[in-house]
Structure formats: C-alpha cells, structure tokens
Design a protein around this ligand. Structure first.
Ligand code: GSH
Length: 220
C-alpha cells in the first residue's frame, strides 16, 4: 500500500495527503516526528536522501519533493488534476511553480520566523519577515486577480495548482498574514477548505498549530 511520510504541521506533506485523498488513494500516513529528529535516522535516509518530509513509498517505489509526488499520484490515476494536453498541462505547471516559488517561498519566510523559530527557541529574522511580506504584497494580488477571472487557478476545473497553493497558504493566519482583503482568493480558499479531501486531514490548519503551541506551553 502507498505510504505517505509527513507531519501535520508540514504544508508540503499536507499537500500530498490532500492530493491522495482527492484521488481516492488508500494510504498509510506515517508521521515523522521532526522535533525528536526521527527524520535524521539512517532508516529514513533510505526514503529521503536529504532527510526531509514529505516522501512516499509506493510498493517499493520511493519519491520525494511534494510537487513531484503530487504529479506522480495524479498521473498514476490519469486524473484531470494534471491534464495530459500540452498547453493545458503547461498552464498547470505555470501556476504550480508560481504558487511554490513565489507565494509559498514568500509566506514561508514569515511563517518560519513568526511561528516555527519561536517554537524552537530561535530568534526571528525581522529582515526575512519584511522581505516575505513585501513579496506577498506583490504576488497575492496576482493570484487574487486570476481567481477573480476563474473559479480555479487554471480555469473552471480544480488542478494540482489549486491543491498546492491551498496547502501552502494554510499557515497564513497563524503567522499574522490576513488574506481576507483578497476577496476572490478567500472565496476560492473557503470553498476548498470545505471539501472532503481537506477536511479528512483537519478542519483548519490553525487548530493544529494552536494545539501544538498549547502542548509545548504545558510541557514547559
Ligand atoms: N521542497 C520540499 C520541501 C520539504 C521540506 O523542507 N520539508 C520540511 C518540513 S515542511 C522538512 O522536512 N524539514 C526538516 C529538515 O529540513 O530537517 C517539498 O516540497 O517537498
């Protein structure tokens, strides 16, 4: 059976679970505890040579990098989430890359420094936060405009580009990044968060962060 190695707070790993849920895969979710360094164990290096999550093991076929994994899963099912036709696929790739390389990278700077650094007792890098927020101010309006023109990022059908961006935006509010002013993006996001592929993982990512923060405070 397909195994998905991930962790509930990892947006790249959640993206893989959302995709597998949407496509109807049966899978075993193998939680890798990053805090205790489970990912650094030699056994796990056989699954991911750089000791990161997510990764999958599909009956002995191992794969890492969340975007490579979701493409593989969609192609395995022949799903329209990842169309076959040349230009349709190219546009999905375009928004998939834009989501990961621009929106996701910018938000990650803010999320790391405002959420994960404090959890690890590390100082926040204010310059990195400022840079991330600047990029978000530039890139989120582009996504909002696109979603004002279409139901989904690539027209009227859900694709991998939507699932990618949905997962990467999950920690926004926990990092103090409000998305409510982006009306079309909020309409798109609120609707997708009601879908079973998402709710099968959690109601809201913010709940997962808050539960982790409360557990850490209790343990102190
Ligand atoms: N580009 C990778 C990012 C993977 C990544 O950085 N994962 C983080 C968790 S979100 C991780 O494994 N961190 C542990 C580490 O780097 O030691 C993907 O999309 O799969």
């Amino acid at each position: 059976m397909l195994k998905i190695y991930g962790a509930d707070l990892s947006s790249p790993a959640n993206k893989v679970r959302f995709t597998a849920n949407y496509l109807g895969f049966q899978y075993e979710y193998v939680k890798v505890d990053l805090r205790s360094g489970e990912h650094m164990k030699p056994e796990y290096k056989k699954v991911h040579p750089a000791n990161k999550i997510p990764a999958i093991d599909d009956d002995g076929f191992t794969l890492f990098e969340s975007n490579a994994i979701i493409r593989y899963l969609a192609d395995k099912k022949g799903s329209p989430l990842y169309p076959k036709e040349l230009k349709a696929r190219a546009i999905v790739e375009q928004w998939l890359d834009f989501g990961s390389m621009h929106v996701g990278m910018a938000l990650a700077k803010v999320v790391y420094n405002r959420v994960f650094a404090p959890m690890r007792g590390q100082p926040a890098d204010e310059n990195s936060i400022k840079e991330g927020l600047g990029f978000l101010d530039r890139f989120l309006p582009v996504v909002d405009e696109q979603l004002g023109r279409h139901k989904f990022l690539v027209g009227e059908n859900l694709t991998l580009a939507d699932i990618n961006l949905l997962a990467l935006l999950d920690p926004a509010e926990s990092a103090g990044v409000a998305l409510t002013n982006y009306k079309s993006l909020s309409r798109w996001r609120d609707a997708l968060k009601q879908e079973p592929f998402y709710t099968k993982c959690f109601k809201d990512y913010g709940d997962v962060i808050r539960a982790r923060q409360a557990a850490m405070q209790k343990a102190q």
